[in-house]
Each structure stands twice: as structure tokens, then as C-alpha cells.
Design a protein around this ligand. Structure first.
Ligand code: HEM
Length: 460
């Protein structure tokens, strides 16, 4: 049975390993090929889909599942039930993502360029089929553990901390199950013929994973944790439900927009407005409101003087590095992507041709928001999950801030003006920068989890 206190660790390491290989590893290759105008054959298209899948199910997916197994039962006031299923869940995700990353490009290359090697094509097709099936099993095992944990918890009180974020969590779980089922159906279609998922269904799958699963969970974790970590006021409960309704309506319309463009444009506007309102209410970027600590009863006279002073505006002593820069920049990228969604969607509804390359919004969210938020949450939350009082290296945290933001900037900015001198070089370098940023986090997490706390108290 997996040790409950360390249940997240193998998931985090697996997420990092998949990110460094099929996720950001493939990304570095496909972006360099695109930027430096190498001939893009079917191998490139297959690698793009394998990369998107590895990033969403492997990098973001496994990280969220690992953190979720530790955090969600505690948020519900209980412990993880059926934890003996955790290694199976991990195994299913790792086998599924690895098989897909390897088999889809093999099928594409063998099918189009080496028709005589039909045995390899058959093996590749079989591998893709198995990948889709085991991922469904992995997702169902994850949902089983969370649902069993929630079931055995005591009834909720009106003030239970999970209540305001429950709809966000429910959306994430439903989207994950639907996405895994759709992914399995599309993998089965590759097992029968072809080597690519058809464009519209592939886009619908990406929307479900990105906007349906990862973002709602990220918003729920932010509502619960960021007021504490960054000394913010909690967003008022009364605004979370309207934002949620707007967001989910946008999500459904965006998925339907793959069939009829007007739905997609309305959906983009609704989702963008919902996310901008969320960011405004969370107050993470502008800090307009007094922190939640302002309303607490003041401590007895003389107490404050006996305490070591925390960092200005934050409740920690710097033991997690400048993690707040990661969180703040992640939300700045989300605000930017949401503004583009609103402007682009409104312009299309007004009859203008598409204003922006859709890849800009996609990667502003994928690299800018999702990846930087994972970096920030990892260094702020995971040491505590593993019983450590600090992260191993504050310098490596700063490394992820710079490299991660540069990767996002270089991935997105050149798409606005691809003909500007240097644009292709920046674009071509973005994958390698993203890879280096993940490598910094991997080294930092490895050292943090492995150190005993006596040594871990000395941060570099
Ligand atoms: C700096 C790092 C990254 C680079 C260089 C990169 C590069 C690329 C490229 C070149 C494409 C193809 C775009 C096109 O078709 O024109 C792509 C697609 C995609 N990427 Fe990334 N990417 C990066 C990070 C990420 C991350 C972190 C995620 C998710 C968390 C992600 C998710 C996707 C998805 C879902 C697709 C679409 C796949 C499909 O068409 O099925 N990418 N990426």
C-alpha cells in the first residue's frame, strides 16, 4: 500500500519525467522544426498530437492527480480512501502516455514511408489502442479514490471550506471522465486506420482537458490556498457561483463551437469574461483589498516583537523562494489569454475575420498559466505535503520564474509578428527554455523530497 503522506511524490516525479521527454522534449523538436522551416511531414503532425496529449494527461494531468489525492480528501475533512489503488492509477497514466507518445509517431512514419514494415505499424496501432484504454482505467481509479474518500467523510457543515469550490471540482471530474472516454474512442479509431485524431474532435478533446479539467481545478485550489499563501482576501462566496455558471456555459459553447463557429465565439467571450472576473475577485494581480489577516483580533501586546518578522506582505520567511512571482505571472498570463479570447470572440461575432492565431491563446494558457502555476504551487505546497519545512533551493525557484516566463513569451509573442527579425529564433528557442525551466523544478523537487529536514533548513 502507498504511504498516504507521500502519495503525491511518485505522481509528481512521473509528471516531471513525462514533461521532460514527450511533453517539453517533443515541444523543443516540433517548435524548432517549425521556426527554422524544416520540412514538416506527417511525423510532425503526429508528434504535435503526441506532445499535446503528453502535456495535458502527463505533465498537467499527473501533477493535478497527485496533488488532488493528497489535498482533496483533506479539503473535505477526511483522509484518502482506497489508497491501494494509487499505484495502479499512476501505472495506467504512465503506460498510457508513454505508449501514445511512442506509438502515434511510429504509426505515422511507418504507414506513410515504410509500407513494407507493416508489423511495426500493427504494433503501433495496438499500442495506441492500449494507451486509450489504460488511461480510462487510470481516470476511473482516480475518481473512485476521491469519491470513496468523500463518501466516508462526515456530512458537510454550512461553513465547510470545500462548499464554494464544489461546482468547480465537479466540472473538473466530469470533464476528465468525458475527455478520457473521447480519447479512448479516438485512439481506437487510430487502431483501425489513419494516424491522426480528426481535427474537430481533437480540438474538442483539448478544450475538455484544458478548460474543463485543468483550469477549474486550478481555480478551486487557488480560491482555497492563495489567500493564505499570498495574504489576500478570500474572493466573496456570492461571486464564485455566477462566475462558475458563466465559465461552464462558455466551456460547453466552445466545445460545440467545433461544429458551429458562432457558438465557439460566444463561448470564448463568456469564458474570457468569467476568467477576468475571477482574477479580479481573487485580487491576485492588483491587491486592491486588505488581506484577510486585517480583520483578525490583534495579538496581545508584545507578542509581535517576540516573533521573527515574515516577508513583507507574505506570511512566510522566504523558505519557499520567490514562489509568489510564479503565481502572479501565471495569473497575468491567464488575464492576457482571457482578454484575447474576449476581443477575438467579439470581433468574430461582429463579422471580422479571426484576429489572432488560436495557438496564441492556447499556449499563453498552457505555458504561461498552467505551467507557471504548477511551478509556483509545487514549490509552495509540496515541501509541506512531504513534511519538509522549506524548498531545497530558492535560486532554482528564481530560475523557473525567469526561464518559464521567457519560454511563454518566446512561444507566444512571435506569433503576433512572425516576420519581425529574430521572431523565428525566439520561437525556436521557446521549447528548450521550457524544458530547462521544468528541469530546474525537477532538480529542486528531487533535492527537497530527498533531504532530511535538518539539512533542508539551509536554503541555497
Ligand atoms: C515552450 C513549450 C511548448 C512549445 C514549444 C510547444 C509547441 C507546440 C507546437 C509547435 C504545437 C503545434 C502548433 C500548431 O499546430 O501550429 C503545439 C501544440 C499543442 N501544445 Fe504545445 N508547446 C509547449 C508547451 C505546451 C504545454 C505546457 C501544453 C499543455 C499544458 C501544450 C499543449 C499543446 C496542445 C494541447 C497542442 C495541440 C495538440 C493537438 O493539435 O492535438 N503545449 N505545441
Amino acid at each position: 500500500m502507498m504511504d498516504q503522506r507521500h502519495v503525491h511524490e511518485p505522481f509528481v516525479f512521473a509528471a516531471l519525467a513525462l514533461a521532460l521527454t514527450a511533453g517539453f522534449g517533443y515541444a523543443a523538436v516540433i517548435i524548432a522544426a517549425l521556426a527554422f522551416k524544416l520540412p514538416l511531414g506527417v511525423w510532425w503532425l503526429a508528434l504535435v498530437q503526441a506532445h499535446g496529449h503528453a502535456q495535458l494527461f502527463g505533465w498537467a494531468g499527473l501533477f493535478v492527480v497527485g496533488v488532488g489525492l493528497f489535498f482533496l480528501p483533506r479539503l473535505r475533512g477526511t483522509t484518502l480512501a482506497r489508497s491501494e489503488l494509487a499505484p495502479w492509477t499512476l501505472g495506467c497514466f504512465v503506460v498510457g502516455v508513454t505508449l501514445r507518445a511512442f506509438c502515434q509517431p511510429v504509426v505515422a512514419i511507418v504507414e506513410t514511408q515504410m509500407p513494407q514494415a507493416s508489423l511495426y505499424a500493427a504494433l503501433g496501432r495496438f499500442g495506441t489502442l492500449v494507451s486509450g484504454v489504460v488511461e480510462v482505467i487510470g481516470v476511473l481509479l482516480f475518481v473512485t479514490m476521491i469519491v470513496s474518500s468523500f463518501r466516508r467523510a462526515r456530512p458537510l457543515s454550512a461553513a465547510a471550506p470545500i462548499i464554494p469550490v464544489q461546482p468547480y471540482l465537479a466540472t473538473a471530474f466530469v470533464s476528465l471522465v468525458v475527455a478520457a472516454a473521447l480519447n479512448a474512442a479516438l485512439s481506437t479509431s487510430i487502431a483501425l486506420r489513419g494516424y491522426l485524431f480528426p481535427g474537430t474532435l481533437d480540438n474538442a478533446l483539448v478544450h475538455l482537458m484544458m478548460y474543463g479539467f485543468v483550469i477549474p481545478i486550478a481555480l478551486a485550489l487557488s480560491v482555497r490556498n492563495l489567500p493564505l499563501f499570498l495574504r489576500l482576501t478570500s474572493p466573496p462566496k456570492r461571486v464564485l457561483l455566477p462566475i462558475f455558471i458563466l465559465y461552464v456555459s462558455g466551456l460547453v459553447l466552445r466545445v460545440a463551437g467545433e461544429l458551429e463557429q458562432v457558438f465557439g465565439s460566444v463561448g470564448a467571450v463568456l469564458q474570457g469574461v468569467a476568467l477576468l472576473t475571477f482574477i479580479w475577485s481573487l485580487d491576485v494581480l492588483l491587491r486592491r483589498k486588505a488581506p484577510w489577516t486585517a480583520s483578525r483580533t490583534p495579538p496581545p501586546a508584545g507578542y509581535v516583537e517576540t516573533r521573527k518578522p515574515t516577508r513583507r506582505n507574505y506570511p512566510d520567511y522566504g523558505e519557499f523562494g520567490r514562489f509568489e512571482l510564479l503565481v502572479i505571472s501565471a495569473y497575468a498570463w491567464l488575464a492576457f489569454a482571457s482578454a484575447l479570447a474576449v476581443i477575438g470572440g467579439a470581433a468574430t461575432l461582429a463579422g471580422f475575420p479571426a484576429l489572432f492565431n488560436p495557438d496564441i491563446e492556447r499556449h499563453a494558457i498552457a505555458v504561461g498559466f498552467i505551467t507557471l502555476l504548477i511551478f509556483g504551487m509545487a514549490v509552495r505546497m509540496l515541501p509541506g505535503f512531504s513534511g519538509k519545512s522549506r524548498v531545497a533551493s530558492a535560486r532554482l525557484v528564481l530560475g523557473t520564474v525567469w526561464l518559464g516566463n521567457l519560454a511563454a513569451l518566446f512561444r507566444v509573442a512571435p506569433l503576433f509578428a512572425p516576420d519581425l527579425p529574430g521572431a523565428n529564433i525566439a520561437l525556436g528557442a521557446s521549447g528548450a527554455l521550457g524544458w530547462l525551466a521544468v528541469a530546474c523544478l525537477a532538480v529542486n523537487m528531487w533535492r527537497t523530497f530527498r533531504r532530511n529536514d535538518k539539512r533542508a533548513n539551509q536554503i541555497s
